[in-house]
Structures are given as C-alpha cells and as structure tokens.
Design a protein around this ligand. Sequence first.
Ligand SMILES: *[C@@H]1O[C@H](CO)[C@@H](O)[C@H](O)[C@H]1NC(C)=O
Ligand SMILES: *[C@@H]1O[C@H](CO)[C@@H](O)[C@H](O)[C@H]1NC(C)=O
Ligand SMILES: *[C@@H]1O[C@H](CO)[C@@H](O)[C@H](O)[C@H]1NC(C)=O
Ligand SMILES: *[C@@H]1O[C@H](CO)[C@@H](O)[C@H](O)[C@H]1NC(C)=O
Ligand SMILES: *[C@@H]1O[C@H](CO)[C@@H](O)[C@H](O)[C@H]1NC(C)=O
Ligand SMILES: *[C@@H]1O[C@H](CO)[C@@H](O)[C@H](O)[C@H]1NC(C)=O
Ligand SMILES: *[C@@H]1O[C@H](CO)[C@@H](O)[C@H](O)[C@H]1NC(C)=O
Length: 553
Amino acid sequence: MKSQQKCIVIFALVCCFAVLVALIFSAVDIWGEDEDGITEENCESSCRAVLVENIPEDVPFADNSTSHLPLSQGLYNLLDQALRVVEIVSPLWLLNSSDYESSFQPAARQGRALLSRLQGLKDRKILLRIASGRPDSSELITLSKYAEVHYLNMTALTKGHLSSSFWVIDNKHFYIGSASMDWRSLATRKELGLVVYNCSCLALDLHKVFNLYWGLQYKDFIPTFWSKRLFALFNRDQPLELTLNSTKARAYVSTSPDILIPKDRSSDLEAISRVIMDARRFIYISITDYLPLFGMNSNRYWSRIDGFIREALLLRKVRVRLLISCWENTHPLTFNFIWSLRSLCMEQVNCSLEAKFFRPRELSNGNIQGINHNRFMVTDRAIYLGNLDWVGNEFSSNAGAGLVISQSDDEDDRNSTIVDQLRIAFERDWFSRHTHSLQANKIPICNKQRTNRLAPLKLPHHGNINDEKPAPIRKKEEGIITRHYTDKSQKNTHQDATGGLVIENYQERGQVKTSHHDNKKLHMNVNDQDSEGDTAGQTVESSGSREICNLPL
Ligand SMILES: *[C@@H]1O[C@H](CO)[C@@H](O)[C@H](O)[C@H]1NC(C)=O
Ligand SMILES: *[C@@H]1O[C@H](CO)[C@@H](O)[C@H](O)[C@H]1NC(C)=O
Ligand SMILES: *[C@@H]1O[C@H](CO)[C@@H](O)[C@H](O)[C@H]1NC(C)=O
Ligand SMILES: *[C@@H]1O[C@H](CO)[C@@H](O)[C@H](O)[C@H]1NC(C)=O
Ligand SMILES: *[C@@H]1O[C@H](CO)[C@@H](O)[C@H](O)[C@H]1NC(C)=O
Ligand SMILES: *[C@@H]1O[C@H](CO)[C@@H](O)[C@H](O)[C@H]1NC(C)=O
Ligand SMILES: *[C@@H]1O[C@H](CO)[C@@H](O)[C@H](O)[C@H]1NC(C)=O
C-alpha cells in the first residue's frame, strides 16, 4: 500500500517534471535558427570599416572639409556584396517618396532607387528579411511581395517603439547608424553610420539581435527563457578583439531596453557609461535630442547619462563637447539642463563643457532643412554609434542597438583609425557655420512655428523622426501643405479647423515651465542671435560663471 502511494507520488513528480521541460523547450525552441556554420570559433575578425554619411545638399561644408562615402553608396555596396540573405531592421519605411516630394526635392529619388534595389534582390535569389514594429506601413505591405516581414508588437512588449536601425548581410557584413529606411535619411537629413565588411564575428552578434526581433513576431509577452542562440558573443567586459583596416581594435554590440536583453549582452546605457568612463581627454557627443527627463512629455528627472557626464567633467576633468540639434521637436528645457551642466565647471580648473546647437538652414519661407540626425559619441579612445536619442524613455522602452569600437590612441597614426575619422567628422560639424554657441541668458527658439501656430504651416518639413503613417509632405486640394506630428508629440496635437495637425500650446507650456523653474535672468528670446562663424573658444558662460580653462585637444 505504502509503496503504491510512493509510486503515485513519483509518477506525479515525473509528470510534472516532463511538463516543465516541455514548457521550457517550447519557450526556447521557437527561436531555432541556423547560423550556417559560422560560429564564434571560426568567424572572421579582420574587418574593414567605412564611415558613411548623408550630407543634405543644402547643408554645405567647406570644400576642403573631410567627406565620407555617401550613405546611399554604402548601402548599395552592401547589397552588391550580398549572396544569400539581407536582414534589415528600421524604425520606419518610407523610401517611396511621392511624386510631389521628388519634384520638390530631387534627392528624394534616392529613396525610390534604394527601394527598387531591395525589390531586385528577389531576382538575384537573395532572401530579404525585415523586422518592423509597424504593421500599418503601406510600404512594407507592398514590399512583402519581395521580402519576408515579421512584425513586433512593441506596444504589447515594452510600450515603446522599435527604433533599431541596422542591416546584416549574409552574417558577414553589416551597417549600423542613424539613418532609417526613409527617403529623408538619403536626402534631407544629416545622417552618419558605419558599414563594416568581412566581419562575421560582429555581424553574427548583430544577427542574433535581429533574430530576437524575428522571433518576437506577434508575441504579446516577453519570454522568460531566451534560447542560448540569442546570447551575446561579446560584451563590454569581453569585447571582440579584431583588426579594423589593419589596426587593432575591440568592439561589441549593445542593445536596449533591458527586458529585451538575453544573457551576456551589454545594454546601451552600460555601453555609454563605459565609453564615458574610459575617456581620458575628451568626449564629443553629437545627438539629435539630449534631455535628462524621462520623456518629452514627462516631469520626471532622469539622471543616468547626465550623471556620467557630470562625473567625467568635474571629477575626472575630461573635456566635453555637446552638439545637439535645434529643430522643431527640441524640448525648451534642453537648454536649461545644458546651462546647469556648464555651471558645474564654475571655478574649477581644467573643467570644460562646451555646448553648441546644430541649426539647419532656414529657407526664405521660414522652413528648416537639414536636421542633424546623428547619434554618436567619440572620445579619445572609443566610439559609440547608436540608434536612440538621449532621453530617458528611449532607453527604457524603445528597442535600439549600438556599436562600441575602441582603439588605443597612438600618436603615430593620428587620423587613420575609425575613432580619429569620427572625431574629425565631429570637429568638421562643430566648427562649421551650421552650429551656434549658446548665448548667455538666452534660450534659442528651435521651433518658431510653434510660437506662431496660427500661421499656415508650409513645406517642406520633416515630420517627427518616427513619423511614418502620414507622408511628411502632403498636398491638399487647395495646395496648402500640412504637417503631421505623431508619436511623442501626438499627445499635444489636435485636428485644427483646416484639417492640419497643429501643436497645441506647446510653446506656452514651455514658457510656463521655464518661468516655473525661475531664474530672473532667463527669458525667451525670439530673435535668438545666431552668431555666424562662432568658434568654440567664444562659447559664452552663464552669468556668474567664469570660463577658467580650456584644455588643449
Ligand atoms: C579650409 O579652407 C579654409 C579657407 O580656404 C581654411 O581657413 C581652413 O583652415 C581649411 N580647412 C582645412 C581642414 O584645411
Ligand atoms: C511608389 O509610389 C508610386 C506613386 O507615388 C507608386 O506608383 C509605386 O507603385 C510605389 N512603389 C512601391 C514599390 O510601392
Ligand atoms: C498590440 O498589442 C496591444 C496591447 O496588447 C493591442 O491592443 C494591439 O491590438 C496589438 N496590435 C496588433 C497589431 O496586434
Ligand atoms: C572581403 O574578403 C574577400 C575575400 O577574403 C575579399 O575579396 C574582399 O575584397 C573583402 N572585402 C573588403 C571590402 O575588404
Ligand atoms: C590642467 O591641465 C593641464 C594640462 O593638461 C595640466 O598641466 C595641469 O596640471 C592641470 N591642472 C589641474 C589642477 O589638474
Ligand atoms: C591627417 O590629416 C591631415 C589633414 O586633415 C593630413 O595633412 C595628415 O597628413 C594626416 N596624417 C596622417 C598620419 O595620415
Ligand atoms: C578602411 O578600408 C576601406 C577599404 O579599403 C576604406 O574605404 C576605408 O576608408 C578605410 N577606413 C578607415 C577608417 O581608414
């Protein structure tokens, strides 16, 4: 009798165990995916890297300034190298510019050209795989005749967006950078990225990130167990040792957000913190939005990156340069926070924070062309290229990927490494006539349209960077062009009488906030004084502070 009971108990336990194992494996094996024989052991790590940039035609730099391979050319080169499979993640798909856009902006045709190249892959018997967070994209619906498309429901997974932007070709070559599959990235926006050839070690690691997205198709929960195949090969503590254009380097891929990170991978914030911590002499940051708030519409302070910078600046005396974009979505408090960083250096020797904003060209009709959409950081020994803006919720809810490459800074070959090249690109932007120093006691108005919201909104415009559904330029019957805001700004928008979307009370809110934080000297100045040809040394300090020391580079 006793032994019978024992038997039943053991049998029940065995059953439970079997069910558990089955559950675990069902969770894991959804991710099954062959890596076609390339493994951590036999992958290539003598790579070639090429910086690619899109510089809009109307954002000219001096003729003798450095230029890099055009982004479209870099992407074409990658497609030419493809033999088997092209994998693409992009926050949005909007390559097919409308006839109107192409006639207005000839470079917009490059988007169409790239789209037809992608469609041509099918004839070359090359598989095109796309992971997207936008099931409503009409372009992807058309493209699905030529490609396998997997959709992620990021709302259900993280309440965020898929902001990752990279390509992986045959697990061998890859692209990562700020551009998305948007004609504006090939035409009117300033973008920067990196194309890396013959680098299966890193490509394989990025492919694992792609596979994670691929496997999350239509899931509305994040699995508790990740397949071993998704574990990172390299991270900030164990980077890949590689040669890049025959120079020694170390590299790894980072991702966000934390809940989408399987074992061993470093998060973007960990990568950023390490790159900042390792800097000895300088940190140059070029970013579209820099805001130590949890989100654009948030009142929560978010100090992670701001804290890293404060430490580097004040406690380690690393010189910091911040180049941020001044564009229609720039949060008015951005400049208050930057002033606060600047004033940290008061009365401190060898403490230097300089900030400039990249103000694109303003056309005679008051519209802005050529947003600096770059998202990178370069220090004396490393680079970080990412997909996310430096605002809290981007890191906590949006999916993004980053690449860190570090190289020892040899005095011998000062401008041959990728780190040097990126620094030179940053300096070109920094000293160009498109950037402006912050003026004492003045907050630049980056979005004049908002101040004057009853004026008809005119073309040409870049919508929100993550704006996909509506074409960025729309022609209405009467020929009036309306602009559309989505995503982050949607909460502030309402349909106005003329059918266009207009930001509601944005500037007003900004002003209220500003005066709230009070500072008698702070006032909004509509005629922000763009001092042309300003150089770094002239950056003005906030009242009461003294610029004591500028470290030589
Ligand atoms: C480019 O040319 C301008 C004037 O012709 C000169 O002032 C500047 O130093 C040059 N820049 C470089 C990097 O050679
Ligand atoms: C791109 O848009 C044009 C119309 O503007 C349309 O005729 C064409 O089919 C579209 N191409 C693709 C690939 O969607
Ligand atoms: C995504 O998930 C949200 C919340 O679970 C749901 O409301 C929405 O319908 C889903 N979207 C799609 C396209 O499945
Ligand atoms: C990649 O490697 C192949 C074969 O080793 C070589 O033929 C090719 O030129 C390399 N590509 C680049 C961009 O260096
Ligand atoms: C400031 O920097 C200079 C040059 O790097 C160095 O010689 C000097 O000792 C530094 N001063 C302090 C107080 O760190
Ligand atoms: C570095 O670039 C400058 C011009 O920007 C050039 O004159 C110099 O020869 C380059 N040095 C090396 C080592 O390539
Ligand atoms: C690396 O090599 C490629 C191909 O030879 C070249 O186009 C690229 O500019 C080089 N990159 C660097 C950082 O020197």
